[in-house]
Write a protein that binds this ligand. Sequence first.
Ligand code: ADP
Ligand code: MG
Length: 316
Amino acid sequence: MGAPEGLGIEARGVTRRFGTVQALRGLDLTVPYGQVTALVGPNGAGKTTLLLILATLLGADEGLVRIAGHDVRTRPGEARDALGWMPDTFGVYDQLTVDEYLAFFADAYGLPKDERSRRLRALLTLVHLEDHLGQPVHALSRGQKQRLGVARALVHRPRVLLLDEPASGLDPRSRIELRDLLRSLAADGVAVLVSSHILSELEEIADRVVLVDHGRTVGEHSMADLADASAARVRWRLRSLDPGLLAEALATELSGRSGLDPVRDLPGGAEAGPLTETEAAGLLAALVTRGVPVTGLAPAGSALETAYLAMTENRR
Ligand SMILES: Nc1ncnc2c1ncn2[C@@H]1O[C@H](COP(=O)(O)OP(=O)(O)O)[C@@H](O)[C@H]1O
Ligand SMILES: [Mg+2]
């Protein structure tokens, strides 16, 4: 399956209020087919509210939302057929076994009986649960439940997949399996949108990241751009035999630089930035010229982290 034409998700100027809380204030988002797009923002930013609206489970007050080209207001049925949805909290079907659980959703989506068992087997293989068929859902580990949730969301072969905080609480191995699964779905042409408030979960999963805060889109980056280390500004960790002299020299060298605590003291050294690689090399030369005995210089944190911190800094 190649990537279809058009956009998997298109949201323009979406607003939603809960009583006195304005959860979304004109949010814009596009999600292309064939990519994993990450929706990143702090708790309360409006991620779940937006995903519920995209999943047609909640109405927007204003704005336009199209799923696989279908307006969710005028064509909710077509939109629903095109999307798979994995909520942040797992359902309450604990008494069911793994195959009963998936069969339930296959029925709900009207999958023909003769196709059903083949489809369920393929799904269980895809999420590596083929050995857990008769096992009760409640006996699965968190990572296995998460993967079952993905299988459930894929029962009807959606072209758009929405996942709310899928990696939260997963151990590293489960996270890697989830990453591989989402990457292979994207490679098959699916438009994948995954939310998180934890950046490190997404750096390897996503092709693109959309930053949201206070119900608005505040930034958008491609991971390829962020990964271009020579252009990216990150923070740097420095070590020195004389941390006091290092701190003094850094303060002088970086005075007048704005944003994000240019210098932070650490035991045995300091953290400085954000700086590009070229700037960091220049800084090192200047420190050495000033007689600072520098023993180490290494990037601390990623470019995505820097972009995220800059966003929340501006809005504090
Ligand atoms: N059903 C609701 N009733 C009242 N307030 C809500 C409801 N759902 C969300 N909110 C509020 O809307 C804002 C955005 O919440 P949410 O979309 O859950 O953010 P996120 O998923 O990014 O943490 C928060 O201030 C939250 O308290
Ligand atoms: Mg949420």
